[in-house]
Write a protein that binds this ligand. Structure first.
Ligand SMILES: [Zn+2]
Length: 352
């Protein structure tokens, strides 16, 4: 079976195969030196490092990519990408830890990095016929803030989904007042938004939906200017029960998203919600192309810049030794004695 575990295991049985795969994605026309642009290079023995004959710069296959400075074997990255991309629901770090025999922190960082590669920089705008709506997504936090009123624990998410004709895959002809039959969802876009104001919703729509598109929404006032912005907008009065009839696909997207968040991650964390939305979008838009999605995800990691640990966790970057020295000098200038610092035990770095 195409894309099966056994096929994958056979194809990427050793590090060298993974190196060749990355090389072909990164330099499809042959090696290009990132320092001088030269094409002529030789490989350093069996290491995945190329030395430019022009300028002498040595370039590792992973440098400048999401996998830069990794201490994990490439096979672990490939397995993680395969499992995350092909599993119908995605995997939690706990599941990945068990499957790949990693410690939890490593599994979590590996997933976090791959998840950040799930946004294709070449993503196009939605076109044709698009349903748009908002929903509230519950999130969890380690320390829930107290006294934030009724909105504690909920974030607003806006979503847009293309509607296509099921048999033909083309855009169906929309006639106001008539229900569309035999349709299916096309591509989806999702974003966390701070409020429901017109400017906020319009900014999302202009960024994700091509002008001239037919847009179906409910009768929320904030959608009032879409025609002036170049869209063909049809707002719908929605009674308490009718939303799933008028905007069936965006409602389907939202309900699957909520179930996924609860099922896989036991509730989505606030800090990482947008990243999870991207993962969901990646998987939803490739739900019929699981095998391709693995290639796509690994291909994206090659063009994704490195993600430093502090950017993923939101923790402050470590001070460089220069900054520490500068601070000591400043203190001395102000007449404050240098208090010798107790040396802290070095924090263990996992080097994902
Ligand atoms: Zn060079």
């Amino acid at each position: 079976m195409a894309g099966s575990l056994i096929e994958f295991q056979t194809k990427f049985a050793d590090e060298e195969t993974c190196v060749v795969f990355l090389f072909e994605h990164r330099w499809p026309e042959g090696f290009i030196c990132p320092a001088c642009g030269g094409f002529d290079a030789w490989r350093l023995g069996s290491r995945p490092v190329w030395e430019c004959r022009g300028c002498g710069r040595q370039t590792s296959i992973t440098v400048g990519t999401l996998m830069q400075n990794t201490k994990l074997p490439l096979r672990v990255w490939f397995w993680a990408a395969y499992l995350m991309a092909t599993h119908s629901n995605g995997l939690s770090a706990l599941q990945l830890k068990g499957l790949l025999g990693l410690n939890y922190r490593t599994a979590w960082l590996l997933e976090s990095k791959l998840r950040r590669a799930m946004v294709d920089p070449d993503r196009g705008l939605l076109t044709g016929l698009v349903e748009i709506d908002q929903t509230e997504i519950p999130f969890r936090e380690k320390n829930p803030p107290e006294d934030v009123g009724g909105r504690a624990g909920m974030l607003t998410v806006i979503g847009a989904v293309e509607v296509v004709n099921r048999p033909s895959g083309r855009t169906p002809v929309y006639r106001p007042g008539r229900q569309l039959l035999n349709t299916k969802p096309g591509r989806v876009r999702l974003e966390v938004i701070p409020d429901n104001r017109a400017a906020t919703l319009e900014a999302f729509i202009r960024e994700k939906v091509a002008p001239g598109t037919v847009i179906l929404t409910d009768d929320h006032r904030s959608y009032g200017r879409l025609n002036q912005l170049g869209y063909r907008h049809y707002p719908h009065l929605i009674g308490p029960m009718a939303a799933h009839l008028v905007l069936p696909w965006i409602h389907r997207v939202f309900s699957l998203l909520k179930r996924w968040g609860l099922g896989v991650y036991h509730g989505l964390r606030r800090k990482h919600l947008q990243v999870y939305l991207e993962e969901y979008t990646f998987r939803f838009n490739r739900r019929r192309l699981r095998k391709i999605s693995f290639d796509k995800l690994l291909g994206l990691t090659v063009f994704h810049p490195p993600e430093p640990y502090h950017r993923i966790t939101g923790k402050a970057a470590r001070k460089t030794s220069d900054e520490v020295k500068k601070r000591a000098e400043d203190m001395a200038d102000m007449g404050m004695p240098m208090i010798p610092q107790k040396t802290k035990p070095k924090r263990r770095r996992t080097g994902v």
